[in-house]
Design a protein around this ligand. Structure first.
Ligand code: SAM
Length: 284
């Protein structure tokens, strides 16, 4: 029983996991930082339920999926991770991430076969979904843990929320916003502040993740009304400033990143893509 979820997070138990514990999961290349790797594995060990599932939105070649699935498998749970991505890759990312991690060079852009090979040790715990996540259909299973790592624009964030969030369980579902502190995606803190009455922040996990507990299942009707894409610039700035003040409790590195994200948002009204945000001085 997960009586008090906030208390479970308090002592950051995932940090005591050793590299050797995670060896099989770590064998799948990932863009996650070390503490995020520990955290995802711990979520797999700790948050599987009998009827719920994990959802990994933006899994790249499956590194985050392997970390969840490794925790699930090693704990002897039956839960499944639904891994969503386009599973396409360009030459630059192949070299920087895949070949750097020891993957043999391959032709073409499709990396679904590679992902299936890499995740074969966890095959009983993984379902691949290839395509644009914003056009995905969810099968209606209750969601125990969901990781957002494909929140690249306001519209895409709204679409993903509308597809998946109605299947969260009040007081039980854990949501990871992997890019919460990625300063060129200031709309993520904006979104979470807009939804502050449905999610309680639980922990900051280095590199850039914030974990939240769902305190009230988002209703489909509210999701339709409450879109980040409908906010004007002033509302977005006001929300990110509130987020900065609220999240400062997680420490200076969090506050500092949110200061940079706020500055980027303020200085770039109307910009919709992360790569078009002009970097402020001293930006991380
Ligand atoms: C930062 S990477 C994810 C890293 C991954 N979680 C890991 O552990 O390495 C972001 C991923 O999101 C995917 N993505 C972004 N927007 C998407 C969309 N609309 N539909 C499908 N995939 C998307 C990209 O293809 C990319 O693989």
């Amino acid at each position: 029983m997960l009586e008090d979820i906030a208390a479970l997070f308090k002592d950051r138990p995932w940090q005591s996991l050793e590299s050797a514990d995670l060896a099989r999961a770590k064998a799948v290349p990932s863009m996650l930082a070390w503490e995020e790797t520990q955290f995802y594995y711990w979520l797999g060990q700790t948050f599987s339920s009998v009827d719920g599932v994990f959802v990994d939105l933006g899994c790249f070649v499956g590194g985050s999926t392997a970390r969840f699935a490794g925790g699930i498998q090693d704990a002897g749970h039956a839960s499944v991770v639904h891994a969503f991505d386009r599973f396409t890759v360009n030459e630059k990312i192949k070299k920087a991430v895949l070949y750097e991690s020891g993957i043999a060079p391959f032709e073409g852009r499709d990396m679904l076969p590679l992902s299936k090979d890499l995740l074969a040790p966890f095959a009983d715990h993984v379902v691949h979904h290839q395509g644009d996540i914003t056009e995905a259909q969810w099968n209606g299973a209750p969601i125990d843990v969901l990781a957002h790592d494909a929140s690249k624009s306001r519209k895409s964030m709204d679409a993903q929320a509308e597809i998946f969030w109605p299947y969260f369980r009040t007081g039980r579902t854990i949501m990871v916003q992997q890019d919460y502190l990625h300063t060129v995606q200031p709309w993520i803190p904006v979104q979470m502040e807009l939804w502050a009455d449905h999610f309680e922040p639980l922990a900051f996990i280095r590199g850039s993740s914030l974990a939240f507990l769902c305190t009230k299942t988002p209703a489909a009707s509210v999701l339709e009304e409450r879109r980040v894409a409908n906010l004007d610039h002033a509302d977005q700035v006001s929300l990110i400033k509130k987020a900065r003040d609220r999240m400062a409790a997680f420490g200076k590195p969090v506050a500092k990143k949110l200061d940079i994200a706020t500055q980027l948002l303020e200085e770039n009204p109307g910009v919709e893509q992360p790569w078009k945000l002009k970097r402020a001085k001293n930006a991380a």
